[in-house]
Design a protein around this ligand. Sequence first.
Ligand code: SF4
Length: 349
Amino acid sequence: MLSCNDHRNLLAWYDTHQRELPWRNTNDPWAILLSEILLQQTQVSRGMVYWKRMIEAFPTIESMATSEVDAVLKAWEGAGYYSRARRLHALSRQVMLPSDQGGFDGALPKNYEDLLSLPGIGPYTAAAVASIAFGQPVACVDGNIRRVMARHTAQPDPAPKAVQAWADSSLTSERPGDWNQALMELGATVCTPRRVKCGGCPIQSTCKGRHEPELFPTPKKSRVKAISMLAVVEIAGDGRPVLHQRPLSGMFAGLWGPLYHEANSMTPDQDWLVCGTVEHLLSHRKLSVHVFLKTTDVPPLGTLRSTVAISSLDEKVLAMAAKHQHAAQKREGVPQRAKQVNAETVAWS
Ligand code: SF4
């Protein structure tokens, strides 16, 4: 349990030590929601880049709602976890609906329950937006707050309900948004997973775990599943890769890329050029993608790369294929096709 002094000290610490983040300089609920969705699975430094890109492309909910989902995926390109972008697009369309059709007449709702009813909004995001954008007294719980709680109360494995109860009882009604952000900021910059800086912590005097902070909470073992796949990059007659839109569910849903196959589901064709293997880590999956280049029996026209959204894994796969295509052409004394075609073709390599 945090004391009155803890409350005062933590808010004062936050007022002077908070990081300068662009979404902290706005009261616009849409801009704040965008930052919360991005930061769910993206580091703050990268989140800033994508937040600026998204807010420039879609400055209002309406601007996103009137766009196609492909345009949202394109702007989100590189940020990863693309289901967030698709749900954000669905959210924008739902908010724009009239209230008698299940919408919110174009304005983000202010209260926790209504926010929670929107696509892509879970308990954390609903609490963060309700408190930060609308000043509602709702406590957030994220990984940072769980770690601060576990250490402050010296609990190795606190249950989700216990963490929520601690956060609820700690919340100040005066500045709930700042309070939630202060606790998260403490966990992100001082009460960090490693190299904890207890000497600079504003709540150290009441912390039960400060003598051995790294004992709390007990690290969870993460199971990473290894998956092996084949990627077949087809190079069309115009020198561009042929990209296909993926189905709207499953890995990289709605994005574009070369065809993938499970490694044990097909035998590579003898005509394909072996390029190498790309290793890529998703949250709980380690992908080994064996890349092949196919240049025979291909369509005359490829895909204009700048018009479609592709994942960072496919960026790596295409770069590897392009490198091998150019190397093979050099070996055979064939002029590099990229020089013969337009700048877009050169760009994808
Ligand atoms: S004193 Fe140390 S362990 Fe306790 S909350 Fe502060 S930083 Fe975390």
